[in-house]
Design a binder for this molecule. Structure first.
Ligand code: SF4
Ligand code: SF4
Length: 210
């Protein structure tokens, strides 16, 4: 089966603000050894369908209302997208990348920016329990190695092994991580802290959970 992302130019990695959790940031930092400020930021929440529980509040001024940000990979295009449209952190890409274009219900997200033909191909990529399968990615999203090798999970049943591989991190895992991150965000917001203190707080709290 043709890889849906082979028919696309990594649109999602170029066009979206790649919002992530502090667990994603920690994992990337630990694996790449890059300083966090080099690839992650607290960005203006410039997307419409943002999850309110992931919005971080800051009280740097005496304004009546707090300033708000979201945790993100430096985007537009993503900091980790190579010139030839590959993900350079394939093995530890953020969970949101591994899930896209599928939503929490395992269905293709309404308004997904994949080309129409890619969406059609994605729609065939489901397995038992309604969990989606992501293919090896020659371009763009989370399932391609930087060097362009395909990824095949040897634990997969033979019937899916040849066409795709299943994310080692499923929707369930995504939702567990997101829930834990929301608790950290809640804790931060209750502190009424300053912007300059936030990233360190998020990372330290994530280390406690790991
Ligand atoms: S998920 Fe694949 S097909 Fe969809 S926008 Fe991203 S790279 Fe393109
Ligand atoms: S899949 Fe890789 S290149 Fe694409 S947005 Fe995610 S981290 Fe960036």
């Amino acid at each position: 089966m043709v890889n849906p992302c082979s028919l696309c130019t990594a649109r999602c990695c170029k066009q979206y603000l790649i919002t992530v959790t502090s667990f994603d940031v920690l994992k990337i930092h630990e694996n790449t050894r890059k300083p966090i400020e080099e690839f992650a930021e607290l960005a203006d929440p410039r997307i419409l369908n943002i999850d309110n529980d992931t919005i971080l509040e800051f009280y740097d001024s005496n304004a009546k209302y707090p300033d708000c940000k979201v945790l993100a990979i430096k985007s537009g295009p993503c900091h980790f997208l190579t010139k030839d449209d590959k993900c350079s952190i394939h093995e530890f890409a953020p969970l949101t990348c591994k899930r896209y274009p599928f939503g929490p219900d395992g269905k293709i997200t309404e308004g997904a920016i994949c080309p129409a033909i890619s969406k059609v191909l994605f729609s065939f990529m489901k397995v038992e329990n309604d969990l989606p399968i992501r293919p090896p990615q020659p371009k763009g999203c989370g399932f391609i190695r930087a060097e362009g090798q395909s990824c095949v999970n040897s634990a997969l049943p033979p019937k899916v092994k040849t066409m795709s591989f299943r994310a080692e991190l499923t929707h369930d895992k995504f939702n567990v991580q997101l829930k834990a991150y929301k608790e950290i965000v809640k804790k931060w917001n209750s502190r009424r802290g300053k912007l300059s203190e936030c990233m360190e707080f998020l990372i330290e709290e994530s280390k406690k959970e790991n």
